[in-house]
Design a protein around this ligand. Structure first.
Ligand code: DQA
Length: 153
Protein backbone atom coordinates (compact mmCIF):
# COMPACT_ATOMS: atom_id res chain seq x y z
CA UNK A 1 0.00 0.00 0.00
CA UNK A 2 1.56 3.26 -1.11
CA UNK A 3 0.09 6.35 0.49
CA UNK A 4 0.75 9.97 -0.39
CA UNK A 5 0.28 12.41 2.46
CA UNK A 6 -0.42 15.93 1.20
CA UNK A 7 -0.26 18.90 3.56
CA UNK A 8 -1.29 22.42 2.71
CA UNK A 9 -0.24 25.95 3.65
CA UNK A 10 1.20 26.94 7.00
CA UNK A 11 1.42 23.38 8.27
CA UNK A 12 5.19 23.76 7.91
CA UNK A 13 4.90 26.20 10.83
CA UNK A 14 3.45 23.66 13.23
CA UNK A 15 4.76 24.27 16.73
CA UNK A 16 5.06 27.99 15.99
CA UNK A 17 1.63 28.85 14.60
CA UNK A 18 -1.23 29.15 17.08
CA UNK A 19 0.07 26.40 19.40
CA UNK A 20 -3.14 26.63 21.46
CA UNK A 21 -4.98 25.29 18.40
CA UNK A 22 -2.41 23.18 16.56
CA UNK A 23 -0.16 22.06 19.40
CA UNK A 24 3.50 22.55 20.23
CA UNK A 25 4.97 19.83 18.08
CA UNK A 26 6.76 20.73 14.86
CA UNK A 27 6.13 19.70 11.27
CA UNK A 28 9.22 17.46 11.49
CA UNK A 29 7.57 15.76 14.49
CA UNK A 30 4.42 15.20 12.41
CA UNK A 31 6.45 13.68 9.57
CA UNK A 32 8.24 11.35 11.96
CA UNK A 33 4.98 10.28 13.62
CA UNK A 34 3.48 9.43 10.22
CA UNK A 35 6.64 7.67 8.94
CA UNK A 36 7.06 5.54 12.08
CA UNK A 37 3.39 4.53 12.11
CA UNK A 38 3.33 3.66 8.41
CA UNK A 39 6.53 1.60 8.69
CA UNK A 40 5.09 -0.31 11.67
CA UNK A 41 1.89 -1.04 9.74
CA UNK A 42 3.36 -2.11 6.44
CA UNK A 43 2.45 1.00 4.45
CA UNK A 44 4.81 3.02 2.30
CA UNK A 45 4.35 6.76 2.71
CA UNK A 46 5.59 9.80 0.88
CA UNK A 47 4.89 13.10 2.59
CA UNK A 48 4.48 16.39 0.74
CA UNK A 49 3.84 19.91 2.00
CA UNK A 50 3.36 23.11 0.05
CA UNK A 51 2.04 26.58 0.65
CA UNK A 52 0.99 26.81 -3.00
CA UNK A 53 -2.35 25.64 -4.36
CA UNK A 54 -0.89 24.81 -7.80
CA UNK A 55 1.90 22.72 -6.26
CA UNK A 56 -0.70 20.76 -4.30
CA UNK A 57 -2.72 20.17 -7.48
CA UNK A 58 0.49 18.96 -9.20
CA UNK A 59 1.30 16.64 -6.29
CA UNK A 60 -2.19 15.10 -6.44
CA UNK A 61 -1.98 14.63 -10.21
CA UNK A 62 1.39 12.91 -9.81
CA UNK A 63 -0.23 10.29 -7.58
CA UNK A 64 -1.88 8.75 -10.61
CA UNK A 65 -0.42 5.30 -11.21
CA UNK A 66 2.05 5.73 -8.34
CA UNK A 67 -0.02 5.63 -5.16
CA UNK A 68 -2.93 3.60 -3.84
CA UNK A 69 -4.42 6.29 -1.66
CA UNK A 70 -4.12 9.88 -0.49
CA UNK A 71 -4.27 11.41 2.97
CA UNK A 72 -4.84 15.12 2.61
CA UNK A 73 -4.92 18.09 4.94
CA UNK A 74 -5.38 20.96 2.50
CA UNK A 75 -5.30 23.42 5.44
CA UNK A 76 -6.84 26.78 4.46
CA UNK A 77 -7.36 25.59 0.85
CA UNK A 78 -9.88 23.12 2.25
CA UNK A 79 -12.37 25.93 2.46
CA UNK A 80 -11.67 27.61 -0.88
CA UNK A 81 -10.11 25.34 -3.47
CA UNK A 82 -12.20 23.88 -6.25
CA UNK A 83 -8.89 23.13 -8.02
CA UNK A 84 -7.86 20.69 -5.28
CA UNK A 85 -11.33 19.12 -5.29
CA UNK A 86 -11.12 18.67 -9.06
CA UNK A 87 -7.60 17.18 -8.84
CA UNK A 88 -8.77 14.63 -6.26
CA UNK A 89 -11.74 13.74 -8.46
CA UNK A 90 -9.50 13.55 -11.52
CA UNK A 91 -7.12 10.97 -10.06
CA UNK A 92 -10.05 9.16 -8.39
CA UNK A 93 -7.87 7.48 -5.75
CA UNK A 94 -9.30 6.72 -2.31
CA UNK A 95 -8.71 9.90 -0.34
CA UNK A 96 -9.12 10.72 3.32
CA UNK A 97 -9.37 14.26 4.69
CA UNK A 98 -7.55 15.16 7.91
CA UNK A 99 -7.58 18.28 10.08
CA UNK A 100 -5.59 18.68 13.27
CA UNK A 101 -8.22 20.94 14.78
CA UNK A 102 -11.96 20.43 15.05
CA UNK A 103 -12.86 22.57 12.04
CA UNK A 104 -16.60 22.20 12.64
CA UNK A 105 -16.28 23.80 16.07
CA UNK A 106 -14.41 26.89 14.83
CA UNK A 107 -15.41 29.78 12.54
CA UNK A 108 -18.31 29.12 10.18
CA UNK A 109 -16.14 29.42 7.08
CA UNK A 110 -14.15 26.37 8.20
CA UNK A 111 -17.26 24.19 8.00
CA UNK A 112 -17.10 24.22 4.21
CA UNK A 113 -14.76 21.62 2.74
CA UNK A 114 -14.37 21.45 -1.01
CA UNK A 115 -11.64 18.79 -0.85
CA UNK A 116 -13.85 16.80 1.49
CA UNK A 117 -16.37 16.35 -1.30
CA UNK A 118 -13.85 14.04 -2.98
CA UNK A 119 -12.83 12.22 0.21
CA UNK A 120 -14.28 8.97 1.50
CA UNK A 121 -13.60 9.65 5.17
CA UNK A 122 -12.52 12.51 7.39
CA UNK A 123 -10.75 12.77 10.74
CA UNK A 124 -10.81 16.12 12.52
CA UNK A 125 -9.83 17.41 15.92
CA UNK A 126 -7.57 14.50 16.78
CA UNK A 127 -4.24 16.24 16.27
CA UNK A 128 -1.50 14.03 14.79
CA UNK A 129 -3.61 10.93 15.49
CA UNK A 130 -5.98 11.93 12.70
CA UNK A 131 -3.27 11.12 10.14
CA UNK A 132 -2.76 7.71 11.73
CA UNK A 133 -6.49 6.98 11.69
CA UNK A 134 -6.54 8.00 8.01
CA UNK A 135 -3.73 5.53 7.28
CA UNK A 136 -5.66 2.85 9.20
CA UNK A 137 -8.74 3.65 7.14
CA UNK A 138 -6.91 3.32 3.81
CA UNK A 139 -5.24 0.09 4.94
CA UNK A 140 -8.61 -1.33 6.05
CA UNK A 141 -10.20 -0.33 2.76
CA UNK A 142 -7.56 -1.98 0.60
CA UNK A 143 -7.32 -5.15 2.69
CA UNK A 144 -11.10 -5.49 2.99
CA UNK A 145 -10.93 -4.79 6.74
CA UNK A 146 -13.58 -3.16 8.87
CA UNK A 147 -14.07 0.53 8.17
CA UNK A 148 -14.89 2.36 11.39
CA UNK A 149 -18.35 3.77 10.67
CA UNK A 150 -17.98 6.70 13.05
CA UNK A 151 -15.05 7.87 11.01
CA UNK A 152 -16.41 7.44 7.54
CA UNK A 153 -18.49 9.99 5.74
C1 DQA B 1 -6.45 22.88 9.41
C2 DQA B 1 -7.74 23.66 9.63
C3 DQA B 1 -7.87 24.76 8.59
O1 DQA B 1 -9.09 25.46 8.76
C4 DQA B 1 -6.74 25.75 8.73
O2 DQA B 1 -6.83 26.73 7.72
C5 DQA B 1 -5.41 25.09 8.73
C6 DQA B 1 -5.24 23.81 9.41
C7 DQA B 1 -6.23 21.84 10.52
O3 DQA B 1 -5.41 20.95 10.32
O4 DQA B 1 -6.86 21.91 11.58
O5 DQA B 1 -4.43 25.65 8.25
O6 DQA B 1 -6.53 22.20 8.19
Amino acid sequence: MKIKVVNGPNLNLLGVREPEIYGKKSYADLEKTIRDYAAAHGAEVEIFQSNGEGEIVDAIQQCLGRFDGIVINPAAYTHTSVAILDALRAVALPAVEVHLSDVDARENFRRVSYAGMACEARFTGQGFDGYLRAIDWLLAKTTGGKLTPSCGR
